[in-house]
Design a binder for this molecule. Sequence first.
Ligand code: 2HA
Ligand code: ZN
Length: 269
Amino acid sequence: MKSILDNRPALTKEVNKVAEVAGYLWQKGWAERNGGNITINITEFVDDEIRQMKPISEVRTIGALMPNLKGCYFYCKGTNKRMRDLARWPMENGSVIRILDDCASYVIIADHPVVPTSELPSHLGVHNDMISKGSPNKASVHTHPIELIAITHSPKFMKKDVATRMLWSMIPETKAFCPRGLGIIPYELPSSLELGEATIKVLEDYDVVMWEKHGVFAVDCDVMQAFDQIDVLNKSALIYIAAKSMGFEPDGMSDAQMQEMTIAFNLPK
Ligand code: 2HA
Ligand code: ZN
């Protein structure tokens, strides 16, 4: 069977990275059932032949206006699809969509009429916003990392930057590789417009945001880097929990040690 990936090595590489990350999310226990979703702006890999491809779905509305996404193309995980299946069969568990000229609707163009993720309005809203700011970010990942979600069940960690400071102080790499920290979004209904809007707002100051008692949403230049940011944050949460289960509150790196590292690695304050 023909695939949009045939003879397109650059696009294939991007989709294969999504599949690899989907496998990690499953192995880490962050992607139960159909949990989580990934969207990638693949417009830079689209050629004339793809632009001519006929829709394989009816026209579907996004539910919000996305003025910067006219003629853009995205690979999206399918709604109700499993990350563990996507890891092996990315084009059966996700699809490529084209945003139409009204900036409010889309069609699926390949390979199968797999309907995109339930969080599509949040994801596309974020992509729309990143384009408006000239951001190089092309990937957005939503997943359910166990230990990071667990800390959101404590109100003290829901205060601005309390979780960020704790996570950064567990191991020097965390601030180095997630230099903007973890933004906090108080609980909102999954898939809601409110959740999407809050995500766009908090992403102005962070690359990874926490949806209280639900999961994280991360953006980066590619899917692997978005995954890495979540992974280093969750590693810190694991160290915190390991210390707590040994019966003590971890000291964390001191302010002086954090400061020294921030200067040495040229990180934002
Ligand atoms: O796609 O995780 O938040 C399943 C979800 C929705
Ligand atoms: Zn979710």
